[in-house]
Write a protein that binds this ligand. Structure first.
Ligand SMILES: Cc1ncc(COP(=O)(O)O)c(C=O)c1O
Length: 439
């Protein structure tokens, strides 16, 4: 690894420093080229300006201290109330703000474990069951919580196998995890059936709606067929839903939502055994930026329901255009999904060649490995960018079909780049962990 970079002895004028920051910013992936993966959800045009201004008003304010700040409490209360309403929580519903999907899933599983300790004290090695499609952060947070995750393979059409899921429930099972939609295949799991199973077997059902929580209600309003997934489903006790995805809040901003206070009571961990009295933060993290909450409050009021519905209409338009294009390109096909995620698979050639070709043309893409597909997070693109994406996809596939293109890109959610470009934490992780299995 390179030598440590040190704090400069003398400062530089702010203009000079800002020039360097802007130079670095200019090296980042241009918004349009990452719109279907890493740069999705970056505010655009007038919406972006509003979000920035609202964020800046609260820049530096700490969400840990909202108990001393009625104005901040109002921002949080109103955002959370709107969120609870969007997941059909009604007056009984409760919610907490978190830093992201990982923390929201962590909180859901943590409450599930605390509930099980009270209701199923005989279980000493708790397990959760989930379809294979469950997100990596369910596995990760379960590791922190010492919960064993039992996953069952998907059906052939990549939907959740409910029979296998029911059979996987054993004497140590404390809960079920569903997704709305799941990240790899874009399906909303059969949550009504999972809810019935949870009630029958007396299990906690947590729904990971990090992607869908703040977009599916609006897509449904536009006539899309979206299976039930929220508190309207019996048996659902907690939901993770990210404001910093389709709520368009700047990161970090997410919510964990509870059917009622009966579930939320397993969430809180007050601390008094230290020198400064009660310490009670609303979720796992302590200090938290208020800027994202102010920004999403502003957007929710600026757009209103109508604005979010218009945005959903725009997303469906992008999805349809890409689907139609793939249908007309020899060798490509898309998987049917619920909502805003999209997968492109290949028949007759290796999809990694498409990733490689698209990368050469500047596009940033993520992938699914089992089975192989390109993963798209649909966001609004300019007409020009959408046309360019489709034209490049067409050109790359024809290069592959004529045998001109041979370089494969990686289908992945992560990866290790060239050493001089990689973050040091990642290089260090690779050194510590040895050969990392890429799945
Ligand atoms: C279904 C799902 N759950 C959880 C997460 C984790 O969210 P975050 O990266 O905000 O922690 C993601 C991220 O893409 C996701 O798609």
């Amino acid at each position: 690894m390179t030598d440590l970079y040190k704090l400069p002895q003398q400062g530089q004028p702010s203009d000079a420093v800002l020039t360097q920051i802007r130079d670095l910013r200019a090296m980042m992936t241009p918004g349009d080229l990452g719109k279907l993966s890493s740069t999705a959800f970056q505010g655009r045009d007038e919406m972006g300006e509003l979000i920035k201004s609202a964020f800046n008003e609260f820049l530096g304010w700490n969400g840990l201290f909202t108990f001393q700040e009625p104005a901040a409490a109002r921002l949080e209360n109103e955002v959370l109330d709107m969120c609870i309403d969007l997941v059909s929580g009604g007056n009984q519903g409760r919610g907490n703000l978190t830093s992201g999907g990982t923390e929201s899933n962590f909180c859901g599983l943590h409450a599930m474990r605390a509930w099980a300790r009270e209701h199923k004290p005989e279980i000493k090695t708790p397990e959760i069951v989930a379809p294979y499609s469950t997100h990596s952060t369910i596995h990760k947070t379960a590791k922190y919580l010492d919960l064993r995750v039992v996953t069952v393979p998907q059906n052939e059409d990549l939907t959740a196998d409910m029979d296998a899921l029911a059979k996987a429930i054993g004497p140590n099972t404390i809960g079920i995890v569903a997704s709305a939609p799941n990240w790899p295949y874009g399906h909303v799991d059969p949550i009504t059936e999972m809810g019935e199973l949870a009630i029958e077997r007396q299990l906690w059902l947590h729904v990971d709606a990090c992607v869908g929580g703040y977009i599916l209600p609006f897509m449904r309003e536009l006539g899309e067929e979206i299976p039930p997934y929220d508190f309207s489903v019996r048996g659902v006790r907690s939901i993770a839903a990210d404001l910093h995805k389709y709520g368009y809040a700047p990161k970090p901003c997410s919510t964990v939502l509870w059917r009622s206070q009966e579930e939320q009571r397993f969430h809180y961990l007050p601390v008094t055994e230290w020198a400064c009295g009660l310490y009670l933060s609303q979720s796992f993290v302590g200090s938290r930026p208020l800027g994202p909450v102010a920004a999403v409050w502003a957007l929710m009021h600026h757009w209103g329901r109508e604005g979010y519905i218009n945005n959903a209409r725009g997303l469906l338009h992008v999805k349809q255009q890409i689907t139609d294009a793939c249908d007309s390109i020899e060798g490509l096909r898309t998987w049917p999904t619920h909502g805003p995620l999209m997968m492109i698979a290949a028949e007759g050639f290796n999809i990694q060649l498409v990733v490689g070709g698209m990368e050469q043309r500047g596009w940033r893409l993520l992938g699914v490995t089992h089975p192989p597909a390109i993963h798209l997070t649909i966001d609004i693109m300019s007409d020009d960018a959408l046309t360019a994406f489709i034209a490049d996809l067409r050109a790359v596939c024809s290069q592959i079909n004529s045998g001109e293109l041979h370089s494969e890109g990686l289908l992945s959610y992560g990866g290790v780049g060239a050493e001089e470009e990689a973050p040091k934490w990642l290089l260090s992780a690779v050194e510590i962990l040895g050969d990392i299995d890429h799945g």
